[in-house]
Ligand binder design. Structure first.
Ligand code: ZN
Length: 170
């Protein structure tokens, strides 16, 4: 497996909707395995294909950060069946390093899609896992968590990223 570079806020592919995956081929499975290694190497709990420059509807999540094998979840062409409630927690993103902010998310979700073997799966999630699913689904729609901030908070993040870019530090 290959650890792939993670793109940062500002890269075009992060800001556009990803495409439906026509079939879970060996190439798709290789990409998934690379994404898992890349997520663990970056000590993240989730990674979307768009973050490694591939505009396809695939994400991986592991809220245990690799400590529990059963916590590794792979979704291809995921769709929400249900979303309910509201939670407010601090969030970050491997594509927006150094920034954290409180984002409102549903507290419970039901997500269905294909797994790494192309089999249908539906998973019920609450708390952190529900948040991770929502965060990664946003990536597949070209939305980053900082896009969900409002007003002054959003302006501050945008300004700091612009400043870092100008200084060649982004
Ligand atoms: Zn992210």
């Amino acid at each position: 497996d290959v650890i792939r570079p993670i793109l940062r806020y500002g890269a075009g592919v992060l800001h556009a909707p990803a495409e439906v995956v026509p079939a879970v081929t060996p190439d798709v499975q290789q990409l998934i395995d690379d994404m898992v290694q890349t997520m663990y190497a970056a000590t993240g709990i989730g990674l979307a294909a768009t973050q490694v420059g591939i505009p396809q509807r695939i994400f991986v999540v592991d809220v245990s950060g690799g400590r529990k094998a059963a916590d590794l979840l792979v979704f291809v062409n995921p769709e929400f069946v249900e979303r309910d409630g509201m939670q407010l927690e601090e969030e970050g993103c491997l594509s927006v390093p150094g920034f954290n902010a409180t984002v409102a998310r549903p507290s419970k979700v039901l997500l269905s899609g294909l797994d790494r073997d192309g089999q249908e799966q539906t998973i019920e999630a609450s708390g952190l896992l529900a948040r991770a699913f929502q965060h990664e689904m946003d990536h597949l729609d070209g939305t980053l968590f900082v896009d969900r901030l409002r007003g002054l908070q959003k302006d501050i993040v945008a300004r700091r990223i612009k400043k870092l870019s100008r200084a060649g530090k982004w």
